[in-house]
Design a protein around this ligand. Structure first.
Ligand code: SF4
Ligand code: F3S
Ligand code: FES
Length: 233
C-alpha cells in the first residue's frame, strides 16, 4: 500500500509555547480522503490529535482545514490527488482551541449580525408563500452554504482587520435580501453598508476559490454592494 507524509500543525495551549509541525507516515487506499488519513493518525498513532468532523460527506461543514495551503473540506479531498506530502493546518483568522480545532464563535457572531432568518411581519398565510422560479433563482446560490467558514478564513481582509464581517455572512445576508418573501432586506443592507461590511471586500476572489459548494461568493458580495449603492433592492 502506498504511503503519504501527512504534516500536521499541532498546538496544545495547555502545554505548548507555540505551534509545531508533526509528521506522520500514513498508508492510503485510492479512495481515502485527507479526513481518513487524519483518522488513521488519531486512531492508530496518536489519540491526542484534535480534529473536528461530523458527517464525513461534505454536508456539515465542520472539517474545513488549510490543506497544502488552500482551504478545503478534509472529507472531500482524496489523498492521491494532492501529492505524497500533505500539510494540514487549522483555518486562519480564528483562535486555535487545540491542533486542528478552531473556535468558530467569532465566525458565527458575524453570521448572526445579518439576521440570517426570514423576516416577514405579514399574517401567516393559510398555504405557502408563492414564489416564481425566476424569483427563487435570484438567491438560490446562497442556499447551498454549509457555514464551513472556508471563504471567510481565506480572505486576507478578514485576517488583517478583525472588523470585516466576511464573505460567509454576506452570502447568507444575500440569501434573504434577494428573497421575495422576506421584508428585512433594507435592514440587512444598512448593516452591510457599515464600515465592517461589504465594502471592505477588495475582490481578491480567495473566497470563491475556497468554497466547497461552488457558490460564486465574490459575485454575491458584489451584488450586495450594488444593492447598497443604488439604495435598495
Ligand atoms: Fe463555506 Fe461556501 Fe458557505 Fe463560505 S459560502 S461558509 S465557503 S459553504
Ligand atoms: Fe475577501 Fe472574497 Fe472579497 S477573498 S476581499 S471577500 S472577494
Ligand atoms: Fe462534514 Fe466534512 S465532516 S463536511
Amino acid at each position: 500500500m502506498p504511503t503519504a507524509k501527512i504534516r500536521v500543525k499541532r498546538f496544545n495551549p495547555e502545554k505548548d509555547r507555540k505551534p509545531y509541525w508533526a509528521d506522520y507516515e500514513v498508508p492510503y487506499e485510492p479512495f481515502d480522503r485527507v479526513l481518513d488519513a487524519l483518522h488513521y493518525i488519531k486512531w492508530n498513532v496518536d489519540g491526542t490529535l484534535a480534529v473536528r468532523r461530523s458527517c464525513a460527506h461534505g454536508i456539515c461543514g465542520s472539517d474545513a482545514l488549510l490543506i497544502n495551503g488552500v482551504n478545503r473540506l478534509a472529507c472531500k479531498i482524496l489523498v492521491k490527488d494532492i501529492g505524497t506530502t500533505i500539510s494540514v493546518e487549522p483555518l486562519r483568522g480564528l483562535p486555535v482551541i487545540k491542533d486542528l480545532v478552531v473556535n468558530m464563535e467569532p465566525f458565527f457572531d458575524k453570521y448572526k449580525q445579518v439576521k440570517p432568518w426570514l423576516i416577514n411581519d405579514d399574517p401567516t398565510p393559510e398555504k405557502e408563500r408563492p414564489q416564481s422560479p425566476e424569483q427563487r433563482e435570484l438567491f438560490d446560490d446562497g442556499t447551498k452554504c454549509i457555514l464551513c467558514a472556508a471563504c471567510t478564513t481565506s480572505c486576507p481582509v478578514y485576517w488583517t482587520t478583525g472588523e470585516y464581517i466576511g464573505p460567509a455572512a454576506i452570502v447568507n445576508a444575500h440569501r434573504f435580501i434577494f428573497d421575495s418573501r422576506d421584508q428585512g432586506g433594507q435592514e440587512r443592507l444598512a448593516i452591510l453598508a457599515e464600515k465592517s461590511g461589504a465594502f471592505r471586500c477588495r475582490t481578491v476572489f480567495n473566497c470563491t476559490d475556497a468554497c466547497p459548494q461552488g457558490i460564486e461568493v465574490t459575485k454575491r458580495v458584489q451584488e450586495v454592494k450594488r444593492a447598497i449603492t443604488v439604495g435598495g433592492i
